[in-house]
Design a binder for this molecule. Structure first.
Ligand SMILES: Cc1cc2nc3c(=O)[nH]c(=O)nc-3n(C[C@H](O)[C@H](O)[C@H](O)COP(=O)(O)O)c2cc1C
Length: 265
């Protein structure tokens, strides 16, 4: 049986067409308040949220995030930044380096683990915002393509060295036609949830994992051929697509800047 919270989770879907009614200040405040209640590693809140209010910035994002025009039409846009800069600046303000020298402990700078932890914090906050918005009847959509174009995005939002814009969220009241009113499917639990140890999938499991989509798309092929054709299409549409190549180039730029020094301190 679904309680009210589970109903909100069950019926959420990504929303890409918006009624142009703006969100009220109270709605935004309610969502932000809930977002900041998200769990956070060591209660350090290793993230920042940038409200993108300037229409010119939204228009740019619609281009730099793999040409997705609906971004520019979203009434509310939030950039979630994995952020060790604030805490590292705080440590600097506290002159931790002098204390390290006194104690004989080598000081250090934010590194890979800190980046991953800050990314966890930012994403957990983002999903909390999604669910809070949904509970108010406000739809949302993640924009993973914010990981592309590191140099442009760093410049657009003035992002310092120990930050990384891990995701963008766009919000708005749903403007939905009937055929868009469907939930997307998910893989069955048996392919995703394991007991005690990781399980690599077998050939037969790959065939049954995608069976209904494969049969719908390629009704004239055998089960196995349909599964293989679907997987190949996915590979070429996503994995080796230009946006994916750019995302990996750009992400390396963010990581390299954390590791080896500034594009901007
Ligand atoms: C990390 C992440 C990145 C995403 N990036 C995009 C995006 O750039 N553009 C888009 O339209 N949807 C994006 N989505 C939304 C997914 O396409 C969507 O969640 C998925 O198809 C499942 O549909 P549902 O959210 O309606 O259940 C993204 C979702 C996640 C979690």
């Amino acid at each position: 049986m679904l309680n009210e919270t589970l109903k909100v989770i069950e019926n959420r879907r990504s929303i890409r067409k918006y009624a142009q009614t703006p969100l009220t200040a109270e709605e935004k405040q309610t969502i932000l308040h809930a977002t900041l209640r998200a769990p956070t590693a060591g209660n350090m809140m290793l993230y920042s949220i940038i409200e993108v209010e300037d229409q010119a910035l939204k228009d740019q994002l619609a281009v730099t995030c793999d040409n997705q025009p609906f971004i520019a039409t979203a009434p509310w846009v939030l950039l979630f930044v994995a952020d060790y800069q604030r805490f590292f600046d705080y440590y600097t303000f506290c002159d931790v380096e002098s204390v390290c020298h006194e104690k004989g402990i080598p000081p250090r700078q934010p590194a890979e683990g800190d980046l991953l932890l800050a990314s966890c914090d930012a994403l957990i906050a983002a999903q909390t915002a999604v669910i809070a918005a949904e509970s108010l009847g406000i739809g949302s959509c993640y924009i993973g393509d914010i990981l592309e174009n590191a140099e442009k995005h760093r410049e657009m939002f003035d992002l310092p060295r120990f930050t990384l814009p891990i995701t963008l969220l766009v919000f708005g009241r749903p403007f939905v036609s009937k055929d868009e009113n469907r939930l997307t499917t998910r893989y069955d639990q048996e392919f995703v949830v394991f007991q005690n140890k990781y399980q690599r999938l077998t050939k037969e499991q790959f065939i049954s994992m995608n069976e209904s989509a494969a049969a719908r798309n390629f009704p004239n092929l055998s089960r196995e051929e349909a599964a293989i054709t679907l997987g190949r299409n996915n590979y070429f549409r996503k994995f080796v697509a230009d946006f994916s190549i750019e995302m990996n180039r750009s992400s390396k730029t963010w990581i390299d800047t954390w590791k080896s020094g500034p594009a901007k301190e």
